[in-house]
Design a protein around this ligand. Sequence first.
Ligand SMILES: NC(=O)C1=CN([C@@H]2O[C@H](COP(=O)(O)OP(=O)(O)OC[C@H]3O[C@@H](n4cnc5c(N)ncnc54)[C@H](OP(=O)(O)O)[C@@H]3O)[C@@H](O)[C@H]2O)[C@H](O)CC1
Ligand SMILES: [K+]
Length: 513
Amino acid sequence: MYLVTAEEMRMLDRYTITKGGIPGIILMEQAGKAVAEEIMARQPSPGRAVILGGTGHNGGDGWVAARHLLYRGWTVLLWRLGKEEKIVPDAKVFYEACSRHVPVRGCDSTQLPELERDLRSADVIVDAMLGTGAKGELRQTVAEVVTLVNAVDRARVVAVDLPTGVDADTGAVSTMAVKADVTVTFQYPKWGHYLRPGTDFCGEVIVREIGLTPPSLGATPVPRARLNDPELWHEYCVRRDPWAHKGTYGHLLVIGGARGMLGAVAMAGEAAYRMGTGLVTLTVPESERLALAAKVTQAMVWSWPGDGVFAAGSVAAFRETPRRFSALAVGPGLGRFAGEEAWMAQLLEQADLPLVLDADACNILADYSGLLPLVRARKQATIFTPHPGEMARLMRLPVKGVEENRPLVARKLAERLQAIIVLKGRYTLIAFPDGRCLLNPTGGPALAKAGSGDLLTGMIGALLAQGVPAEKAVPMAVFVHGRAGEMTGMQEHSVMVTDLCQAIPVVIDQLVD
Ligand SMILES: NC(=O)C1=CN([C@@H]2O[C@H](COP(=O)(O)OP(=O)(O)OC[C@H]3O[C@@H](n4cnc5c(N)ncnc54)[C@H](OP(=O)(O)O)[C@@H]3O)[C@@H](O)[C@H]2O)[C@H](O)CC1
Ligand SMILES: [K+]
């Protein structure tokens, strides 16, 4: 499913009307009817609904919803924000249809006490004040009405398309926003439904089709972003070949594990096996070899010179003792060490394999800009998996600057490095060098624990090692990782990363045909 900006939505709407031959009023009817249906699905017996309608098309959807509720026996109390003469033509049709049965009151500051009484008596409040056409800070009356709506406890608040006050593209809330229980949006979700703080105001987001011409039938623009959906990579969720042997499913090399951080490589290795890799080798500094060998059972251990951390030049082992790997993951518990710049440069030049860079591998690249051309020059896929702090270092921005502009910064870095960027977070973003972007809907608070990133690194590496192309491997691993987090359900407080690892097979089993 596409994820769109307000402008993309407007253009697809335009395309449907002008080239697809569907009058806008039909789209509005579908949108408003969907809102009414969602309300009635949650409250089947007729109740009392307050409809707050603006003068734009969002308001139009609200008047349509009001009409359908009215026909089904609901008591509807209609309030208009803005002057009647400003109502847009399509919305005017439904506004007038409603006014034939029920009076519509115009809301100005003098009427707020009366509106407040209506709101307090309502079962449902429909916020159809502003949608994708909102610009800048809320004007005073709208802001006052938002405050009143948010003070009501009893009613279910249903936002039409977006809660008033939430920016469709950035999720920004400039002054305040309606706190909705449900948001019914149309055709495609908007970025603002998934970006903070807007996402916290949406409640449950329901996406309803309204009959826009799809890009597959020529509608333009083709949105650049999508939700990460299994249909994008499902062809790689297949049963294993009965004649397979351990060499059939690739060999992943994981490099990391400085003293005190062996758990990170061990977890990445375990996750890689859980994701189906045939062989996993873990490489740690020589001083840590025995400790790691005692800790892991399945993975092979290979050590490079180093006491506590890798020694400068230790990466030479990679060329001097060639082994056949099919993918490389660098970073889990890697730490920082003397000679790291040259070490990383050598690795980037020599590792002609799909490569995942996580944790301190990202930090090393952030600190030595001279390494970046080596990343760009790579022939095989490069994947960075930064959390917002690592992303901030890579982009030389404060963390706030990253978090407030997640899609923008992820895309910029992907383009700059010609790499796939996995910007971790509640909704992890995957940005590709060509500007495409995926937002991952799975996940949850269980993943907010040390080790969860190591798991993801191992999972991505695992699929790369099996020969899954990077543009499929990354979204598949991110999705499965998130779903594994969801599967721990009510144990989100106490879940251990090993539990997440154990949930991987269950998730895979559900995905495999
Ligand atoms: N496929 C579609 O896109 C469909 C969308 N529908 C619905 O339409 C809205 C978008 O409608 P639009 O008319 O473009 O915009 P809005 O209704 O969201 O907002 C415009 C009105 O809001 C006023 N406004 C703007 N900014 C503010 C503000 N900061 N404070 C107060 N008021 C504001 C603006 O006033 P002006 O004086 O500037 O004109 C307008 O009155 C979309 O979200 C969907 O719900 C269709 O119905 C179905 C197809
Ligand atoms: K709205």
